[in-house]
Design a binder for this molecule. Structure first.
Ligand code: MN
Length: 739
């Protein structure tokens, strides 16, 4: 009996229950036609996927139902999206064709399903993820729902990733981290972004994830008690003021706690803001701003605020639509507590993002943040010149970053991505202003054109009609718009310059009584250029010795170059730069794709220095063979996201006599000249480890040391860190993630 064919009675009930739950989750009102469409889509999908099962063994149809439910429940999408989500895998995986979908559900649904199918296909191929990302974004500008459903699909897959092989989990996690989490953030889906990040961390950094989860659990009771104590007087005052509100206190995400531990180099216990208190008001639209500030005033009457921590996204929403008033106050026992003040509408937008935004569209006269963002997306997509990787970088800098708010001399506010320069500002205002920019004043003081804008800067641009951009300008801008305009201008300039060189060449050839056309390609090759334009430009700038033409033989209309040995080598050969690798004397016991790694020419990546016992993966690099990275390596995400198909599973099998280099960063308060001695004493005598190098630096009572050790495995690193931490005067010991 073929078990994949069989869906038993119990499973049938399970499927029907999932479907009923889905219907309950649809928020938008449904008419009869909507109901019928959803029913038909469900039945078609059940039928089409009848023979499929997921890796976990459950009937496949449960997946599209779950995806549709995420669309309805967590993103707040309507019936069209629910229908498309139910059908999202049928064209790709079953006999149902796109024409079938079109004739049964119309062109909108067919278009969305088509977009989803194309996105899926691109993941099977060897095309780098950057190219896939361009596809994701092209569908985004056509109908945002394609990408929203794709994100729901990814979310459900991430939630149920357990049955996938490890290397696939890593590749999917990396791509999610690289593309989908930032996209979710950009589309205002905060809950989804947070969940993506937590799920990714759970895969790539299991130990830290579990540790934080455990500590959160352990401290839950005392945290709840504290939140209650904090809330009581607030609730009283807010009620007194006659406000309609609800108040919650919830822990921050594991990923964001982890980020803080790493970036601030503190322990879990030292993080003061493990949670945020949120006050959500129920007020009419017109009273929102006033009500939020009234609450702010009440909160800060009860608890003393820290003024620098006030963030007002009510007056100026973030460009992904986020609105909220954040402040940090000093609560009972002197603890810092972040308080977020917002209305029900703002809260819904912060959770459902784009979909909720549409619901309230037209109610506000504020500029449409998503529309202007989508315009930006279109602009970058239209710029076909950039290659895929550069395109992706453009996106990362331009569309996912936080922003900086600056002003024109007339006082108009402009929003640019964080990191944007003064020259970017000029191009943002107008292309001509950018191209003719000669100087820029910030708050009336001259600054370099590459000056990085700060919040509140007032920016004045000076121009001259004789100004022209040059190659170096490309380094002074970060926005896609400025870069593409500069490129276009430079290309235009090269064409004009090339025309001069071409004329010069034609004159020379006339003296030899031959035409340019039949000889042009031969000359390009002879002088070692890649294109005619390159050759003509070099001639203009007198970088080519045209006297050489006299040595050519003339045969009718054809020039024949002199014998090969006089041809000068013009092409520069660039030696690929190989990173120096640390090869072990005894190879460690490592398996790649389940087979002994010795058969591969592999080496340990020196960006993250993995050691025996670390969670690792193998990556086939294009220039230097197989590399073993730690899954927490800062480069890992980028590698896996862009070249997921080159990732292979790797695992340590047994401890051998292998030795690895590891770098530890030790900081502490200066304990006099004895500190080096005590550190090295502890390492070599107590732990019996070899020190490869030791570098220490310090002043003003503080020191920072970098110690390279030779260890056999990860346990020895943990022992070393613990042993060094207990030394007098040492305040932190961490393993260096990347060098
Ligand atoms: Mn799917």
């Amino acid at each position: 009996m073929d078990e994949t064919q069989l869906i038993d009675k119990e499973e049938k009930l399970l499927i029907q229950r999932a479907y009923r739950e889905l219907l309950k989750c649809i928020h938008s009102p449904l008419n009869d036609e909507d109901r019928e469409n959803i029913r038909n889509a469900y039945e078609l999908a059940v039928e089409a996927h009848a023979k499929q099962r997921r890796k976990s063994g459950e009937p496949y149809i449960l997946h599209p139902i779950a995806v549709a439910r995420i669309c309805a429940e967590e993103i707040g999408l309507g019936p069209t999206a629910v229908v498309a989500a139910l059908l999202h895998d049928v064209v790709e995986d079953t006999d149902v064709s796109l024409e079938d979908i079109y004739s049964k559900f119309g062109d909108r649904v067919a278009m969305i399903v088509d977009g989803l199918t194309k996105l899926d296909r691109s993941y099977d191929s060897d095309s780098p993820q950057a190219e896939n990302f361009r596809k994701v974004l092209s569908t985004l500008v056509k109908d945002v729902r394609v990408v929203l459903i794709k994100m729901a699909d990814r979310l459900h897959n991430m939630r149920t990733l357990g049955s996938m092989p490890r290397h696939k989990q890593l590749a999917i996690a990396a791509e999610t981290n690289y593309i989908y989490a930032p996209l979710a953030h950009r589309l205002g889906l905060y809950n989804m972004k947070t969940e993506f990040q937590d799920l990714c961390m759970k895969i790539t950094d299991q130990d830290s994830y579990q540790e934080i989860a455990r500590k959160l659990q352990e401290t839950k009771a005392s945290r709840t008690a504290y939140i209650d104590k904090f809330i009581v007087p607030l609730t009283h005052e807010l009620k007194e003021a006659g406000l309609n509100f609800r108040i919650t206190g919830r822990p921050k995400s594991i990923h964001s706690i982890w980020n803080k531990i790493k970036s601030k180099e503190v322990s879990f216990e030292e993080i003061y803001d493990l949670f945020a208190v949120r006050i959500i008001l129920d007020v009419p639209r017109r009273q929102e701003k006033q009500a939020c500030w009234q609450v702010y005033s009440i909160v800060t009457d009860v608890y003393r605020p820290i003024p620098e921590r006030l963030k007002d996204w009510v007056t100026t929403p973030k460009s992904n639509g986020y609105e909220s008033l954040h402040t940090t106050v000093i609560g009972p026992d002197g603890r810092f507590v972040e308080v977020q003040i917002r209305t029900e509408r703002m809260d819904e937008i912060s959770e459902r993002g784009y979909a909720a935004h549409w619901k309230y569209k037209g109610v506000s006269d504020a500029p449409d943040v998503y529309e202007s963002w989508l315009d930006n997306v279109r602009e970058i997509l239209d710029n076909h010149e950039t290659d895929a990787i550069e395109f992706l970088n453009d996106f990362k800098t331009n569309l996912f970053n936080e922003e900086v708010y600056v002003y024109t001399p007339a006082g108009d506010m402009k929003i640019l991505p964080k990191g944007a320069t003064a020259l970017d500002f000029a191009f943002m205002i107008h292309t001509d202003l950018g191209l003719r920019c000669t100087a820029i004043k910030i708050n009336n003081r001259l600054v370099p054109m590459g000056y990085r804008l700060q919040n509140g800067d007032q920016v004045g641009v000076q121009t001259s009609k004789n100004q022209k951009p040059n190659e170096s300008w490309l380094k002074l801008v970060v926005t896609g718009k400025a870069r593409s305009k500069i490129r276009t201008a430079l290309r235009e300039e090269r064409k004009q310059q090339g025309a001069i060189g071409k004329e010069t060449l034609e004159r020379k050839l006339q003296q030899l009584k031959v035409e340019l056309e039949p000889n042009a390609d031969m000359l390009v090759k002879h002088f070692g250029f890649r294109s005619r334009l390159d050759l003509y430009n070099a001639i203009t700038h007198e970088e080519v010795n045209l006297h050489e033409l006299k040595k050519f033989k003339v045969d009718g209309q054809k020039l024949i170059p002199p014998s090969m040995d006089v041809v000068q080598e013009t092409e520069k050969v660039v030696e690929p730069v190989h990173p120096t690798t640390f090869r072990k004397t005894t190879p460690p016991k490592l398996l790649i794709n389940g087979e002994p790694a010795d058969q591969y020419d592999y080496s340990l990546a020196n960006c993250c220095n993995p050691v025996m016992g670390d969670d690792v993966f193998a990556f086939l690099s294009s220039s230097s063979g197989m590399k073993i990275h730690r899954t927490t390596c800062p480069n890992a995400t980028n590698l896996m996201a862009n070249y997921g198909y080159r990732v292979m599973k790797a695992e340590w099998v047994q401890a051998g006599s292998a030795s690895f280099k590891v770098d530890l960063l030790v900081t502490g308060i200066d304990a006099g000249p004895g500190v080096i001695e005590r550190l090295s004493q502890r390492i070599s005598s107590t732990l019996g480890l070899n020190i490869r190098s030791f570098y220490i630096d310090g002043d003003e009572g503080f020191f920072e040391g970098k110690i390279s050790l030779i260890v056999n495995n990860k346990d020895q690193i943990i022992q070393a860190i613990q042993a060094l931490k207990t030394l007098d005067g040492v305040s932190s010991v961490t393993r260096v993630e990347s060098t």
